[in-house]
Design a protein around this ligand. Sequence first.
Ligand code: SAH
Ligand code: SF4
Ligand code: F3S
Length: 448
Amino acid sequence: MTRDSARAGRYHIETWGCQMNVLDSDKLAGTLESHGYRRAASASEADVILLNTCSIREKAAEKIFSELGRLKPLKKRTPELLLGVCGCVAQQEGERIFARAPHVDFVLGPRAGATLDEVLTRHRAGDRTVRGTLDVEYRSDSIDFPFEKIRRAAAGTGRAFVTIIEGCNHRCTYCVVPRTRGKEICREMGQIMEEVRSLAERGVLEVEFLGQTVNAYRDSNGRTLGDLLAETARLDGIERIRFTTSHPAQMTDALMDAMAAARPKVCPYLHLPVQSGSSAVLRAMRRGYDREAYLAKIEGLRRRIPGISFGTDIIVGFPGETEREFGETLSLLQEVEFDTVYSFAYSARPGTAAHGMDDPPLELKLERVNRLQALQNGIQARRNQGWVGRAVEVLVEGPSKKRPSRWSGRSADYRIVNFSGRATPGRISAVRITGASAFSLRGESVLS
Ligand code: SAH
Ligand code: SF4
Ligand code: F3S
């Protein structure tokens, strides 16, 4: 099992993609640790290397193959090294990964993570047929991964992700997720609450419920995300509750009411991907709502939770998007005033309905992305400026990566706050805001 029998085997996991992949990597790490492996300081010291991959855009998927190329000499030097590709590229490309990168030992889709357990057992027993293992089944028990086994890379930050629903039943015409993650499957609320309770006992202050369509959650007893928010808000120890990603079409009045009722623990921030401000483009994307319906949801939330801030995702240059339709996205940004916008140039993906449609030239897409970001940066800078002089509560994640003499964390409404003074990672600090940019706030801790 080890290169050096005097020490435990080591593993190294590289993660791309969304929060769900981050949490899946923590589950893979837990499985490895249950087999006696420990985290390696770097890939070159590892006995098992896993790439947990994302295929949402072509660039993301291609990165995996360049990383596999970089790992090739290492695998050649140490043939007993186990190299696995997991996640959404694994699901999407399957067998083709072995053809393009024959030094890969096994390929496991996002719903087949449990097979890692079996791969490791067989590997330890000296079974050479582990090489070439391919599992891209959509397992319905993937949602039931035993939470005690999760090894959280973010331990100590006071925050934890909790899976509540996997997969996606929508069919947005640009998106690979329904294929990479399969149909929706919900975890039983009792199990979720057990995990949240155990996190609270370990000092976690903030839980974030995860799913690609998190607000579609409904367990076998008909309990919804609203019920989950209410129950979690009653738990001592949990101070902040978030959930992502919500689908606008499923953002019901009942859920908005449940959010408002579970304040202040439910945070005044919501990521609500709009994708486009044009109803015609939304129809072509098959999003299931139009511009007016989206704006009505924003309005409904602002009425119930004054001061709530919003984040969104935008796809720029969807096939057929005209200059006028793009202009409608810009006007939507001005109307809503989001605090965070992730904007992406449309990327044609194999197996999606929009694949093969007339893909606009890359220069046009990038030019539109730049215009959109320039507009949005101005909006964010102005909104953040409004916080100067105020005090905010920050959940401290740890030292700032750019300036380790400072602390970094997030306000309840999800602004990044970098500050100086006394603080403890994983705890909440009061911070007086002294400066702002388009992307973060600066400040000093207020000593109590
Ligand atoms: N479930 C979420 C989104 C998951 S994917 C939702 O329904 O909104 C995260 C983001 O990637 C999407 O919101 C979208 O903006 C972007 N995205 C997905 N497919 C894309 C593609 N083919 N090209 C460019 N961006 C894409
Ligand atoms: Fe993709 Fe649409 Fe499902 Fe989101 S709702 S994961 S964008 S298919
Ligand atoms: Fe990427 Fe898969 Fe998440 S495609 S965005 S890792 S669901």
